[in-house]
Design a binder for this molecule. Structure first.
Ligand code: VGL
Ligand code: ZN
Length: 202
């Protein structure tokens, strides 16, 4: 058992991010057995779930003429336009059936506001609108976080940077993550998380 002040944060292990899904991450389902085993070591386990309305601004389909994986400018900064994914209530938004969900004590849903994307478990992409996770973890006396899930270079990395900036001792368990790696995004994620003080482990 890990110490009581350490929590496991399982990011977006959902059908649409696994092979066959709308925004499939290569090998996304391969991390599930390890996450399933890891959950038994932690007294605190939190899941996140990407949870978009159909009219979400991060979907290329909602920007006439825009191609998936192209970049646009939002009021809060640059935003990748994604294929339609993780629409609320769809099979794609559900957790992968192989993932054990019973150990999760909290599921943070994010990205539900039509006009703003939310990669991080802590703040939406304006880096200001809070999800409430920080308060939950502090109330439970959590000081250290281990992050796993999908995708390494987007939701896991953004969550890790915010966690470290908020003062949590933060480890990104790379072997229990998989990356999208769009235009060097994995290398960027590596340097930005490390600069924020995130520890990468295997
Ligand atoms: C994610 C792109 C769009 C992720 C979510 O979970 O990393 N990436 N929405
Ligand atoms: Zn999303």
């Amino acid at each position: 058992m890990r110490p009581a002040d350490e929590a496991l944060i399982v990011i977006d292990v959902q059908n649409d991010f696994c092979p066959g899904g709308a925004l499939a991450v290569a090998g996304g389902d391969q991390i599930i057995p390890r996450i399933n085993a890891l959950m038994d070591e932690f007294r605190t386990v939190v899941f996140t779930q990407d949870w978009h309305p159909a009219n979400h601004a991060s979907f290329a389909a909602n920007h006439p003429g825009a191609a998936p994986f192209s970049l646009t400018e939002m009021p809060y900064g640059p935003q990748v336009l994604w294929p339609v994914h993780c629409v609320q209530g769809t099979v794609g938004a559900a957790f992968h059936p192989a993932l054990r969900t019973d150990p999760a004590q909290l599921v943070i849903r994010k990205g539900f506001r039509p006009g703003i994307d939310s990669y991080s478990a802590f703040f939406e992409n304006d880096r200001q609108t809070a999800t409430g996770l920080e308060g939950y973890l502090r109330n439970r006396g959590i000081a250290r976080l281990v992050l796993v899930g999908l995708a390494t270079d987007y939701c896991v990395a953004f969550s890790a940077v915010d966690a470290a900036r908020l003062g949590f001792a933060t480890t990104l368990l790379e072997g229990a993550c998989r990356a999208i790696d769009l235009d060097g995004s994995l290398a960027t994620a590596r340097s930005e998380t490390r600069a924020a003080g995130v520890i990468w482990a295997d």
